[in-house]
Design a protein around this ligand. Structure first.
Ligand SMILES: [Mn+2]
Length: 287
């Protein structure tokens, strides 16, 4: 492959003028199946150079949007310290929109913590319920992300889309506590538009934090993830979610890409989703 700069394509604004700040969090310390998502920020940046800066669909040129790529933040091995580090970083962005590239899903907890002072709802796109209180003795495991986020913002401000895997106990507990989730089977049956409509009815007034675990996609669309789960959403389903929700986003992340098990396709898709989210968010706020 040709050599490209080590920043996300078209993210050429300086920090001060940026409206969006991309940053990588190369952490995969609690992964339970495949390790390697710590390599995803670099791979997704590489993949981003594949695209034209002009988006045909919206007629927006990404190079005209003030996006800064900060690079990766330095993280340690302890998941709680990583979460803290991410939180501190996002707090320093003072209102700029964070676009985090994982790393494993744990990193999302840090972004949400930093943003929760505002009235936000969190939309998780994930094959997994991730509602265990701890996993293998770790509370900040990637298998507990939904639980931790629910504690941060209140369970009523959280929804998970595309779920199709859970332990019996966590599943029963999630139902008992009234967690709002829409499984992948229902999305397939009813269509993603209908589900998006429900979310907008419920959270339409709030700012949204959108967290995209790439394993929400069917492995045929995104094979290079840490914990693949068959019968997932299509890339067009996820595109529709991002397009519809991005006008209200206050932050966005893409996590769980595992380049070692990829042949480029998952990183390319992740890079494209980041570009679509920024494009659609900017379209809604630009003068
Ligand atoms: Mn997952």
């Amino acid at each position: 492959m040709r050599e490209f700069p080590d920043y996300f394509a078209d993210a050429e604004s300086n920090f001060r003028n940026a409206r969006y700040v991309i940053f990588g969090v190369p952490f995969d310390g609690t992964s339970t199946f495949r390790y390697g998502s710590k390599d995803a920020p670099a791979e997704i940046r590489k993949a981003s150079w594949n695209f034209e800066s002009f988006h045909m669909e919206t007629e927006i040129d990404l190079s005209t949007i003030p996006v800064h790529d900060y690079g990766d933040i330095q993280v340690e091995d302890e998941p709680e310290k990583v979460v803290k580090r991410v939180e501190e970083f996002v707090c320093r962005l003072s209102g700029k929109i964070p676009v985090a590239i994982g790393g494993e899903h744990t990193i999302s907890c840090g972004v949400v913590r930093a943003l929760k002072k505002r009235d936000i709802a969190v939309i998780l796109l994930d094959a997994h319920l991730d509602f265990r209180d701890s996993y293998e003795g770790i509370r900040y495991s990637h298998a507990c992300v939904a639980r931790r986020i629910a504690e941060e913002i209140g369970i009523d401000n959280l929804v998970i889309l595309g779920v199709r895997s859970a332990g019996k106990e966590e599943y029963m507990e999630a139902k008992e506590k009234g967690l709002f989730f829409v499984d992948a089977f229902r999305i397939k049956k009813e269509g993603v538009e209908r589900v998006i409509h429900q979310i907008m009815e419920r959270f339409g007034e709030k700012e949204l934090y959108l967290s995209l675990d790439m394993d929400v996609l069917d492995p045929s669309f995104a094979p290079g993830v840490s914990t693949p789960e068959p019968f997932g959403l299509s890339s067009s389903d996820v595109k529709k979610c991002i397009e519809s929700l991005s006008p209200s986003i206050t932050g966005f992340d893409v996590v769980e890409v595992c380049p070692k098990y990829d042949y480029g396709i998952t990183s390319v898709l992740a890079a494209k989703f980041i570009r679509i989210a920024i494009d659609r968010s900017w379209s809604s706020i630009k003068p």
